[in-house]
Ligand binder design. Structure first.
Ligand code: NAD
Length: 275
């Protein structure tokens, strides 16, 4: 089964469903990513700070899957923001991943107190021009951060990767993305297990109606909302479950009932504060 793709403003395509590796133990990363690739995922979301790029790279090499069939994202960590530091950071990530290029390179957090995200964005433009990444984007950017890099550079971010799940739907920020043609990527799409999303009536009743699990309903809600999503699981059974979401469709009423669950509650850090 092929995962649907969305067009990025760079002219490249991104698989709408992928596999995230936040908190995947570096010692286990190779095995877990090999499992994910065997299950069928072709889009992997990692980051320098996850410390598991080497395991991801070993799994890619062991899989034998042609490079052009994979979509690999990594991220510039906060301490490496700046020009020379960003150039060194992408080289380090590529070495660890064993790749010549990544598909998407993101600024992980704006860290506005450091005030280096515009400079870092200009470095990402150079990194893209050098061919070390196909597309560039950001993560955890608020509207004012987006505005500043869009007006201060020649490139609109291809994506903004933000905390997003039924209890925190980020509608205002998504409207800003839509104005600029930026795709929304959800992190913590299942609420990171910190909310009882799966016990909520709207989610549970849709799961019952379609004979699927609440996690599958939540992933389907992201996909039908036009969002790019990469749930994480160490368990192969859950990886399979999370990938098996193209055999049913939520009705407009079911989508509306999940839309109504927005409580404006973050599980993660506030991007204006994280440094
Ligand atoms: P997630 O919402 O994907 O939740 C993962 C948790 O859900 C795990 O504890 C897992 O055991 C559980 N789970 C997974 N599948 C399940 C299923 N079918 N049934 C029941 N429970 C299930 O959280 P996440 O991993 O934080 O987010 C996904 C990805 O987003 C990360 O792996 C990472 O790639 C990315 N991310 C990015 C940022 C950022 O700042 N840019 C922050 C956090 C995560």
């Amino acid at each position: 089964m092929t995962t649907p793709t969305l067009p990025l403003n760079s002219g490249h395509e991104i698989p709408q469903l992928g596999f995230g590796v936040f908190l995947v133990d570096p010692a286990e990363a190779q095995r877990i990513v090999e499992d994910a690739l065997e299950v069928g995922y072709r889009h992997i979301d990692t980051a320098a700070i996850y410390k598991n790029e080497e395991g991801v790279g070993r799994a890619i090499a062991a899989s034998g899957i042609p490079r052009e069939e994979l979509f690999i994202t990594t991220k510039l960590w906060n301490d490496d923001q700046g020009t020379d530091t960003a150039h060194r950071a992408i080289d380090t990530s590529l070495t660890k991943l064993g790749l010549d290029y990544v598909d998407l390179y993101l600024i992980h957090w704006p860290t506005p107190k450091r005030d280096r995200y515009l400079e870092s964005w200009l470095a990402l433009e150079q990194i893209q021009a050098s061919g070390k990444t196909r597309s560039i984007g950001v993560s955890n950017f608020q509207p004012d951060h987006l505005e500043r890099i869009i007006t201060g550079s020649d490139t609109v971010p291809a994506v903004n990767q933000i905390e997003l799940h039924p209890a925190f739907q980020q509608r205002e920020l998504r409207a800003v993305h839509a104005q600029h043609g930026i795709h929304t990527e959800s992190w913590g799409p299942l609420g990171q297990g910190k909310y009882d999303l799966f016990g909520m009536d709207a989610i549970q009743s849709a799961a019952d109606a379609h004979g699927v699990t609440p996690a599958q309903v939540v992933i389907r809600w992201h996909l039908q909302s036009g969002i790019i999503v990469f749930p994480k699981s160490n368990s192969r059974e859950r990886m399979q479950q999370n990938f098996d979401v193209f055999g049913f469709e939520l009705t407009p009423d079911e989508m509306g009932a999940i839309d109504a669950l927005d409580a404006g509650k973050r599980v993660g850090g506030n991007p204006d504060e994280v440094n």
